[in-house]
Design a protein around this ligand. Structure first.
Ligand SMILES: [Zn+2]
Length: 210
């Protein structure tokens, strides 16, 4: 989860269903109450990114989600995770709770969502790959929030968090890789990730550039 400060503060992602105490504490450290957050943009509807979405919505926060992930959000269950390696296979079967409180987003991101109504120079853009409705948030200052398009470091970012690498699961791994390569053509300086990171452009180029 990331907080983007503005006149109408925006959260990127909504953590797991048990993350409310940590979120409230983190917001309070920034001088904010939960109700002051205006919008949560979900990079996708996996349980560790959208688990808290329904509680946020009930607190009055609008939810934006890529159109392709609406069925997952409404089912309250991850799609069938397709492991990219052995660690991923073990994680899938031993560590990941695929269920979360179902929800219906307030704002659907079909192609692009301009974020200027929330006081931000930037936009969200749907880029299916990791999930059918995965989206990225680009800010004009060179920051991009790309969810689980790739990982930073190992074991969820506990080691070498600033080193870009392959994520554990993708609905469409080949399309996800094309997404990363198309992002490398944009003037992005820093990539903010769901697990590990942030990662600078050179590290992404080293891991995924051609
Ligand atoms: Zn994910």
């Amino acid at each position: 989860m990331y907080l983007i400060k503005s006149a109408k503060p925006v959260l990127i992602d909504a953590g797991s269903s048990g993350d409310m105490p940590d979120l409230v504490k983190a917001l309070s450290a920034q001088g904010l109450k939960l109700q002051e957050v205006s919008l949560a943009v979900l990079t996708h509807a996996h349980s560790d990114h959208a688990g808290l979405a329904r509680k946020l919505q009930r607190a009055g926060i609008k939810l934006a989600l890529g159109k392709g992930d609406v069925p997952m959000a409404q089912s309250g269950h991850n799609d069938d995770l397709k492991p990219t390696n052995l660690t991923a296979y073990l994680l899938k079967h031993l560590a990941i709770d695929p269920k979360f409180p179902s929800f219906t987003p307030d704002i659907l991101v079909d192609d692009r969502l301009d974020l200027s109504p929330w006081g931000l120079k930037g936009h969200a853009q749907q880029m299916p790959g990791h999930t059918p409705g995965a989206l990225v948030v680009h800010l004009d200052d060179g920051r991009s929030f790309v969810g689980d398009m790739f990982l930073g470091g190992y074991l969820g970012g506990r080691f070498s968090p600033s080193k870009a690498g392959e994520h554990y699961f993708h609905a469409d791994a080949a399309q996800n890789l094309r997404n990363i390569q198309s992002l490398l053509k944009l003037p992005i300086k820093t990539f903010y990730l769901g697990h590990g990171g942030p990662v600078d452009r050179d590290s992404v180029m080293e891991a995924f550039g051609r």
